[in-house]
Design a protein around this ligand. Structure first.
Ligand code: B12
Ligand code: SF4
Length: 496
């Protein structure tokens, strides 16, 4: 239904400033979903996913308040790079000035900017600042709207920089946008709006071609989570009820996806890899299996080689051998498991559960099925200790899995982080995992980085099985490295 004159809306994912980035997962599905809903309303939507635009990467000076990391930001010898922390700080995507030019060319009446994590709030706000009148005459000031997970948890931070500041899911905010576009008088003070979440949402995806005949698509089938893990902000954005796209809609979406692949592919043998970014897809195991079977069959009929992954992680407690075998049949290429913590008491504190025996059995079975596994855990939770972290790494080292270590970061508004004032006094980039900031005081930055490097060391060692000379060399180098916590390194090599 078109309720007002058609608007030109530019939806923007700002560049990311950090030590690293994961381009193949930078799908901006939120903006795709908004563009889908708003286009159906009759508006013209353009998405600018800047972290993926050229120039892709530029080195930046280290921000002032990250200078405590200096001792660890160093280049390593070739044999030690596989065990390293980060060495350089980057901007992924064009400069903000270039972003501004690319936005202006599209002559938008509305610019809708997304901030996908609070840790990137500063870059988002700097871009808003550039777009704000009167800085850019003769550019007709567009209505500035900002939303996304980073905004939802701290809307106050953005109110002086945008006209509309959106909390939560943005599809239904279009009515408010239509009302205000072209009618804002300046200076305007950002109004905080909490639109109702959409009753249903469409299947959207982001598709890219790496090699000529291989397509990778990223998508998501569900929103919301009934669990309340203490470190997770999912409920603040999507609520506590798990909602999923109805099967017929998923199937017709997948038909369109396959058509798109067939249209773009010039080869007889084509590959399609689908990465599901859902947080908790195994809550809907049968639904997920039905979808995988549908797409696999569709691909088989069209001579497309199908494979899939769920890189945001699966809850191993909801997996069993039968499901793993079914996933293997459907071409799961990699299993990403979320463990959170190995410590039972810690898990209770974080409102999680665990079952290490089950994990072991799943890892053994995955090995039999030749499915590579990465098991993720969080380092730096409240009651973690350096010893416990090394024990976790050593334990995982003994299993058939690579280790994914996530350094703890807070999100304003989580139960342990209700004092929002705290976050207004410090730069938001301290909330990046890569900042190795000692948020809970349980481990120092030095200990967090040592754990990070030991986890990488474990993966590196597993990549060169039987090469004892190399392992000895790595051990000597790590023990010599004064920026690391020696007792942790010793403990790792003792237990390994
Ligand atoms: C895929 C993903 C990524 C991708 C990139 C995402 C992207 N935007 O392209 C990658 C892998 C790069 C990534 C990285 C990180 N991520 Co991440 N990521 C996700 C994940 C799993 C899915 C995102 C998604 O597509 N969601 C689906 C869409 C539909 O939702 P959405 O984007 O939020 O959009 C909706 C609303 O937010 C809103 N909206 C969004 N933008 C806008 C804009 C406007 C104008 C309006 C009106 C509304 C609006 O409307 C949309 C539709 O309803 C989410 C968890 C989740 N369930 O969403 C975490 C999540 C976004 N990530 C998070 C974090 C913290 C990170 C890291 C910063 C963590 C770290 N280690 O430091 C890292 C950065 C690492 C790095 N340097 O690469 C947190 C953010 C928490 C917060 N509020 O700050 C989340 C919510 C995870 C969590 N459970 O807490 N992530
Ligand atoms: S970590 Fe996963 S299971 Fe826990 S609340 Fe977040 S989305 Fe739900």
């Amino acid at each position: 239904m078109i309720t007002s004159a058609s608007l030109t809306i530019v939806l923007v994912q700002p560049p990311v400033e950090d030590f690293y980035f994961t381009p193949h997962r930078s799908s901006a599905l939120g903006l795709q979903s908004l563009a889908d809903a708003w286009t159906k309303r009759g508006h013209h939507c353009h998405i600018l996913n800047f972290p993926l635009e050229k120039p892709k990467k530029k080195r930046l000076p280290l921000p002032e308040k990250l200078k405590y990391l200096n001792p660890w930001l160093k280049k390593h010898s070739k044999e030690m790079t596989g065990t390293a922390f980060f060495s350089r700080y980057f901007r992924f995507g064009p400069s903000l000035e270039d972003c501004l030019e690319r936005i202006k060319v599209l002559k938008p009446q509305v610019v809708a900017i997304s901030c996908f994590a609070w840790s990137y709030a500063q870059t988002t706000r700097k871009l808003l600042e550039l777009l704000r009148p009167p800085l850019n005459p003769p550019f007709d000031p567009p209505l500035l709207v900002v939303g996304g997970p980073g905004v939802t948890v701290m809307p106050e931070y953005f109110t002086s920089f945008a006209d509309l500041v959106i909390k939560g899911e943005g599809e239904n905010v279009i009515g408010a946008i239509e009302k205000r576009a072209g009618r804002i008088s300046y200076p305007s003070c950002g109004e905080i709006v909490c639109p109702d979440p959409p009753g249903t949402f469409p299947l959207v995806w982001d598709i890219s071609t790496g090699r000529k005949n291989r397509f990778t698509a990223v998508t998501m089938l569900t929103r919301g989570c009934p669990k309340m893990c203490s470190f997770c902000s999912n409920h603040l954005i999507f609520g506590k009820t798990l909602r999923k796209i109805a099967l017929p809609e998923v199937y017709s979406g997948l038909d369109l996806l396959v058509d798109q692949v067939l249209r773009r592919s010039q080869y007889l043998e084509t590959k399609l890899h689908l990465n599901f970014e859902d947080d908790n897809i195994l809550f809907q195991k049968n639904y997920f299996l039905a979808i995988l079977k549908y797409i696999k069959e569709k691909c088989d009929q069209n001579r497309i080689d199908f494979s899939f992954s769920a890189e945001n992680g699966m809850d191993y407690l909801l997996l069993n051998h039968e499901t793993l075998a079914a996933f293997k049949e459907l071409n799961l290429t990699q299993l990403n498991l979320s463990l959170a913590s190995m410590d039972q008491q810690q898990l209770e504190r974080e409102k999680r559960t665990g079952n290490i025996k089950k994990l072991e059995s799943l890892l053994e079975y995955s090995e039999k099925l030749a499915i590579p596994v990465i098991t993720y855990f969080i380092c730096g939770l409240k009651k973690d200790t350096p010893r416990k972290m090394v024990e976790t790494i050593s334990y995982l080292h003994g299993l058939k899995t690579r280790i994914g270590i996530s350094l703890y970061y807070p999100v304003p508004g989580l139960a342990d982080w209700l004092d929002k004032e705290l976050f207004l006094k410090i730069p938001s980039y301290l909330c990046c995992g890569s900042s190795a900031y000692p948020w809970n005081g349980s481990l120092t930055s030095k200990e967090l980085i040592t754990a990070f490097r030991l986890a990488r060391t474990s993966n590196y060692i597993k990549n060169c099985p039987g090469d004892n000379t190399k392992v000895r060399e790595i051990k000597i180098n790590l023990l010599k490295d004064e920026t690391l916590e020696r007792s942790m390194v010793e403990l790792f090599f003792r237990r390994k």
